[in-house]
Design a protein around this ligand. Sequence first.
Ligand code: G3I
Length: 495
Amino acid sequence: MMGSRASRQLSIWIWCCACLLAMGNAEAQTTLRALAKTKGKLVGTSLSSNYIDNPASMPSGYQSTLANEFNVYVAENSFKMSELLPNAPANPFDIQISDLSTAKIDIMVARARENGVGMIRGHALIWHTQAPSWLTTSAPGWTADQITAFATSYIKAVVTYCKTINDAVDAPVRIYEWDVINETIDKSKARAKKRSRGSAAKSSIGYRTGTWYDGVANRQAFIDAIFRAARNADPNVRLVYNDYGIEMYGSPKCNFMLNMVGGMVSRGVPIDGVGLQCHFIGPDPSGAGGFSSSDARKFEQTFAALRALGLDGIVTEFDLRLQTDSTTIEGNVTSRQLALQGDQYRLIVATALSQSNCPALLTWGFTDAQSWIPWACPGYGHALPFDRSYAKKPAYEGITTAIKALPTVEENKASSLTTTLPTASAMTFGQALSNSTLSGGEGSVPGSFTFASPPVAPTRMKSEKRPVASLASMWSASQATATEIWRASSESPAY
Ligand code: G3I
C-alpha cells in the first residue's frame, strides 16, 4: 500500500518536473528574452512615447509583446531633454534635480518593473534635436563656458536622479547606460562641399553644426567634459557615444567616429562603448539590395576596431526598412521582401551579437504599428520584427535563428579558459587598428580576430578612474556576475 502510494507520488513528481522542463523549453524557443538569457546577451526595444504619456491607450498586443519578448528597454523619446527639462530653470548654468520633470523616467521604470525587465538604457543626454524651445532660443547668446556649464550640470542632475533609482536597496530596475551625446558627427558638411565644388565628399565629415551648442568652438573638449560629468555623477553607469551611419568600417563617418572615441580613450575620458544605431535599408520590391555579406564583414570590422580600443559596440536602434509600393505612404511590400528581410535580420543580429564586445541589441520599436519610419521616410516601412497586429514576421525568426546559433554562457565560459581575447589596450589607436586583422573568410564565425602582435595589458592611458566593467565580459563570464549589475536585490534580476 505504502509502496504504491510512494510510487504514485514519485510519478506525480516526475510528471511535474517534466512539465516544468517542457515549459522552460517552450519559453526558450518562443521568446527572445529567454533565448538571449541563455547566451548572456540583452535583446531589447524602444517604448513608444504614446504609451508612456498615455499608458491606458496601450493595446493589449503591444503590452504582452513588450512584456514577453525583451530584457532591456529604452524610451524612444521620453528621456530626451525636451521631456526632462521642458521649462527654463532659474539658473541654467547650475541645473538642479528639482528643475527636472522626472515623471517620465518614473513611468518608464515602473513599466519595466511591471514587466520584470531589469535593464533600461538612457537615451539621450545631449542631442541637437528634441531640445526644449527655451534652450534653442537662449543658447545662441551664451558663451562656450556657459554652454558647457549648462550641459554638465544638466547631465549631473539627470544622472544623479537615475543613480538614486539604481542605488535603491530593493531596486530591481537599473538605468545602466546613457547615450551621453547623440549624433554629433555630421556628413552634411560633406554634402555641402560636394555641391559647391563638385568634388568627392570623402574626408569632409566633421562635428555637427547648426546645433544649440554651436557656441562651443572646441567640440572635443566639450564632449570630454560631458562624459566626465556623467561619470562623476555615477561612477557605475556605462557611458556611450551614439550615432547612425557609423556601422560600416572604412566609411568616412565610421573613421571619424573611431578617431574621436580613440582620442577619448587615449586621454582617459570615461567612455564604455559606441551605440551603432543600425537604421538599415532592406531589399527593394524586386528583391534586390539590402544588407549584404560584404556589409556584414564591414560591420564586423567596426566591432573589431572598437574592441581594439577596449570599447563595446551596442546595437541601439536597429530596424531594416522596406521600400513599399507607394512613394508617399507606407504602402505594401511583397512576401519575398519580407522573407529576404528575415534573412538580413538574421545576418545582422548574428554578426553583432557574436562579437564578444556586443552585449546588447535593441530594435527601434518592435511593431510596424509604431515606427518612426513611415512618417520620416515616406514610401518605406515594415521595418520591425512584428507586424501591425503583433504577429511575428520572418524578421523575428531571423533574430531567433541568430541567437540560437550563439554559444551559451557555459560554452563561452569554457572557451575563455583557453582563449585570450584582445581587450582595452594601451596601444595608440593607429597601432591597434593596423595590428587587428580579421581571421577566416566569408562565412567564418564572426568575432574571431587575431592580433599580429600580442595584445597589450588592458589598461587605459592617463585614466584617472577605473572604467566600468564591460557588460559583455560580465555576462559571458557567468550569469551570476550579471546580478552584480543590479546590486543586492530582493527580487532576482529579470532579463
Ligand atoms: O509629443 C508630440 C505631440 O504632443 C504632438 O502632438 C506631435 C505632433 O507632431 O508631436 C509629438 O512629438 C513627436 C515625437 O516624436 C513623439 O511622437 C515629434 O513631433 C517627433 O519629431 C518625434 O520624433 C522622434 C524623433 O526621434 C525626433 O527627431 C521619433 O519619434 C523618434 O523615433 C526619433 O528617434 C531617433 C533617435 O532618438 C535618435 N536616432 C534616430 C531616431 C530616428 O529618427
